[in-house]
Design a protein. Structure first.
Length: 301
């Protein structure tokens, strides 16, 4: 199916994604401190950041993709078909997490408490707005590096990359759904933390409390990824429009739920992937029976 593309050149006047002169790290800290003190007694006004974008580009020019009606309709159909899978997966995740927490005392484990502590601290930091500029830069950097990693995994090339607090992009010769949407479900900084921990544990003997620090940092970095992704999505992202916004949001939600399910299985001492899959299938059959009974009653009436 064909798609029509209109090239949007990377000029300073026309593109909102062009890197602008960035401040030094010390200046950013000072500016963040001033903003935090000014907004201590009033809600944060994020209107100046409404149009921040982090995206892909094709050979140093952004491609404003307009999907054909047929392709858009097909992706809407696929997105609608994925909704029941999203519902069953979410229900299974909630039920298994409740079972692990209440009956198998997951909430008493140190993994749960340290992860939760790191998550709560990052959430509090995010909503206070303290050092928001620095965290925004780190998110955009992780976003573009995730694009680049998935481009390399698909044997593509990255010819340029720009990152700033005003947005970012990578210029590449290859793009697909996985490359475009990967930063919205791939927690880059959590994966980087695990890689660093694995290298350090292999090279040196880590302190006895290193595992607790790892759990807390994983909670903080994963929450960082989740909160900033939710913050970034409403800001008119080309990555979502390229693959149809509705379809992209469904895929992003499903991918994040599957990652949460994976984290639950890895952290639990009793729940395995086989048990989770079996529970998912049971819930899917129950939902199918409920829907079938509802359709039959509607048809008979």
């Amino acid at each position: 199916m064909s798609r029509s593309r209109s090239t949007l050149a990377l000029s300073r006047k026309k593109s909102r994604n062009v890197s602008r002169p960035s401040q030094s790290f010390v200046d950013q800290l000072r500016a963040a401190g001033r903003r935090a003190s000014m907004t201590a007694n009033q809600p944060y006004d994020g209107s100046s950041m409404r149009h921040i974008q982090a995206t892909l580009a094709q050979e140093q020019s952004f491609m404003d993709v307009e999907l054909s009606f047929g392709l858009r309709f097909l992706r809407w159909v696929v997105g609608l078909l994925l909704l029941p899978i999203c519902f069953v997966t979410t229900y299974t995740l909630i039920s298994q997490f409740s079972s692990e927490t209440l009956h198998r005392r997951l909430w008493l484990t140190q993994e749960f408490w340290y992860f939760t502590t790191g998550s709560l601290l990052m959430s509090a930091w995010f909503f206070t707005g303290l050092m928001r500029t620095m965290f925004l830069y780190l998110y955009v950097l992780g976003h573009e590096l995730t694009h680049a990693i998935f481009v390399f995994c698909h044997l593509g090339k990255v010819s340029d990359m720009k990152v700033s607090v005003h947005g970012g992009y990578i210029a590449t010769n290859k793009s697909n759904i996985l490359i475009s949407l990967s930063p919205y479900f791939f927690p880059f900084w959590s994966m980087a933390l695990l890689l660093l921990y694995g290298i350090l544990s292999y090279c040196i003997k880590l302190p006895v409390y290193s595992d607790q620090v790892l759990y807390a940092m994983l909670g903080a970095t994963w929450t960082f990824h989740l909160l900033w992704t939710l913050w970034m999505i409403p800001r008119d992202q080309p990555d979502l429009r390229e693959n149809d916004t509705f379809f992209s949001l469904v895929v992003i939600y499903l991918a994040n739920i599957l990652i949460l399910a994976t984290m639950l299985c890895l952290s639990s001492r009793t729940l395995t992937f086989e048990h989770f899959t079996a529970a998912w299938w049971i819930h899917a059959e129950q939902m199918f029976r409920v829907v079938a009974e509802f359709v039959n009653r509607t048809a008979q009436s």
